[in-house]
Design a protein around this ligand. Structure first.
Ligand code: HEC
Length: 136
């Protein structure tokens, strides 16, 4: 019986090439330099008031409220909209007494989350190389 060595070796080589190409992606597309410290502080505000216990970012978090990843790029939902909800609450969401400075940090954190991708998989398309492309 002939061993199917050639297809096996070819598959291994293809796997290696694919793996190397995937792991080099972050090097080819560096994350844009941002004011990381303010964004990091905004994340602390997000955690301090436990927004994640009811809201999700990229689908992760509590499920009482909606996913807020792309909130700020949704037409009509800007920073003031966000601040108004936080200050006054709605239905199961309690009002939060958050100082303006912390609200600004929260907005910067949510803007950075928004820039980093699309949370809804509804419009995702799988490309020929197996990577996912998001549409608006
Ligand atoms: C106890 C749960 C709970 C917590 C904690 C909570 N929320 Fe909410 N939030 C909700 C619910 C539920 C809604 C949706 C209310 C509705 O539309 O009926 C909501 C709605 C919102 C909306 C409007 C979303 C939209 O798509 O219009 C924003 C913005 C928001 N929350 C921000 C925050 C932020 C920021 C925090 C943290 C400071 C937070 N929430 C903490 C439950 C919560």
């Amino acid at each position: 019986m002939k061993t199917p060595l050639v297809p096996f070796v070819l598959l291994c080589m293809a796997f290696m090439a694919y793996t190397i190409s995937i792991y080099q992606r972050p090097l080819r597309h560096p994350v844009p330099a941002e004011d990381a410290s303010r964004i990091a502080q905004g994340r602390l505000v997000w955690q301090k008031y436990n927004c994640q216990s009811c809201h999700q970012l990229f689908g992760l978090g509590g499920y009482l409220g909606p996913d807020l990843t792309n909130l700020l790029s949704t037409p009509g939902k800007d920073a003031n909209y966000l601040k108004a909800f936080v200050r006054s609450g709605i239905r199961q969401m309690p009002p939060f007494d958050v100082p303006e400075e912390e609200l600004e940090l929260l907005v910067e954190f949510l803007r950075a989350a928004d820039r980093s991708g699309k949370a809804s998989p509804a419009n995702f398309r799988i490309k020929s190389d197996g990577m996912i492309e998001a549409h608006d």
